[in-house]
Design a binder for this molecule. Structure first.
Ligand code: COA
Length: 315
């Protein structure tokens, strides 16, 4: 497939590190040094699906296609207020679309999982034009009394429209299942038959383990994927790395031995917006006119699962 439109939408409310330091035992200095994040956008009055619709509408407008031209919608999302229907159906309904949709919950690498599914559906002849919307609200998953997680996240949506083409050069999905590294549990409605003890636990994360996993998975997958498709690092124009932490991105850059100019970042004023982070970064760079036809973009993302993935896309 080929990406012919990008869009993004972020929550209005900006929360700075200083604002967090008013109710958490933290400081702008600590958060900036350990993560590179200065502020983040946090959902307050908005509905997540409306951010998804806004991002998707912007991507559609850029693509020149109409909503009716889309024949499959993939929505990447970890948590939203609806258990059912899927968030994709809600976004499709609000946009007047009638195509089938699926939600993918692959945490932060969700955009890459969605690209992989889109490419394979297209290769199977099942769809011509596909819309991917990554809409995430991780700030609703954290314990806002836990300074080790709540300072990291921000909310938003990113979208791309894909049509037939030979521009997705390769995708690689990977996993090192370890659900104890990032997890959260919600107590469901009891039935008359439930006898087991259930727990309501906000997001838990083993930060150092996740950091090590992120750097190892990203560098391994980027190098393996480039080798698999017969490309070299000097052909890569940009590395679009999941915007979790500047220190993670720096470590990946240093390991790959690639120059800083190839690593666009926007996390200082977004924080980690889970699977929305890659398509938001893509849209921001695209709208600044950074990409020219033929540029090679390498996406790499990692997160809960532990899941990770990489994709090579020719612009
Ligand atoms: N402000 C001030 N101090 C904080 C803090 C905060 N926001 N968060 C944690 N600390 C404290 C800890 O309590 C600990 O204190 P102690 O030494 O008295 O016990 C100290 O800072 C060091 O904590 P540690 O967790 O070892 O710090 P770290 O250098 O590993 O940085 C992360 C913590 C979370 C920033 C880092 O591990 C990280 O970014 N990991 C990856 C997380 C991530 O990106 N997850 C999403 C991936 S999709």
């Amino acid at each position: 497939m080929k990406i012919i439109g990008t869009g993004s939408a972020i929550a209005e409310k900006v929360v700075t590190n200083d604002m967090l330091a008013e109710f958490l035992d933290t400081s702008d200095e600590w958060i900036t040094q350990r993560t590179g994040i200065k502020s983040r956008h946090v959902i307050s009055h908005e509905e997540l699906e409306d951010l998804g619709v806004k991002a998707a509408t912007a991507a559609l407008e850029m693509s020149g296609l109409q909503a009716a031209d889309i024949d499959f919608l993939i929505c990447s999302n970890v948590m939203n207020e609806y258990i059912t229907p899927n968030l994709g159906s809600i976004i499709a309904w609000k946009m007047g679309m009638r195509c089938p949709s699926i939600d993918v919950n692959a945490a932060c690498p969700g955009f890459i999982y969605a690209l992989d599914i889109a490419e394979n559906r297209w290769l199977a002849g099942k769809a011509k034009n596909i819309l991917i919307v990554c809409a995430e609200e991780p700030t609703r998953m954290c314990d806002w009394k836990d300074r080790s997680t709540s300072v990291l996240f921000g909310d938003g949506a990113g979208a791309v429209v894909l049509t037939g083409g030979d521009n997705i050069k390769g995708t690689k999905l990977a996993a090192q299942p370890a659900p104890d590294k990032i997890w959260e549990r919600r107590t469901l409605e009891p039935t008359p038959f439930i006898t087991k003890a259930e727990m309501n636990v906000p997001m838990q994360m083993k930060g150092r383990d996740v950091f090590r996993f992120a750097v190892g998975a990203s560098t391994t997958e980027v190098e393996a994927l480039l080798k698999e498709i017969g490309m070299t690092k000097d052909q890569v124009s940009y590395y679009m790395i999941h915007q979790a932490n500047l220190r993670i991105i720096d470590a990946i850059k240093n390991y790959l031995g690639e120059p800083e100019r190839k690593f666009p970042v926007n996390l200082s004023d977004h924080g980690n917006s889970s699977s929305a982070s890659c398509p938001i970064l893509l849209d921001e760079c695209n709208r600044k006119g950074m990409f020219k036809p033929g540029d090679i973009l390498v996406f790499s993302a990692f997160g809960a699962g532990l899941l990770s993935g990489a994709a090579v896309v020719e612009w």
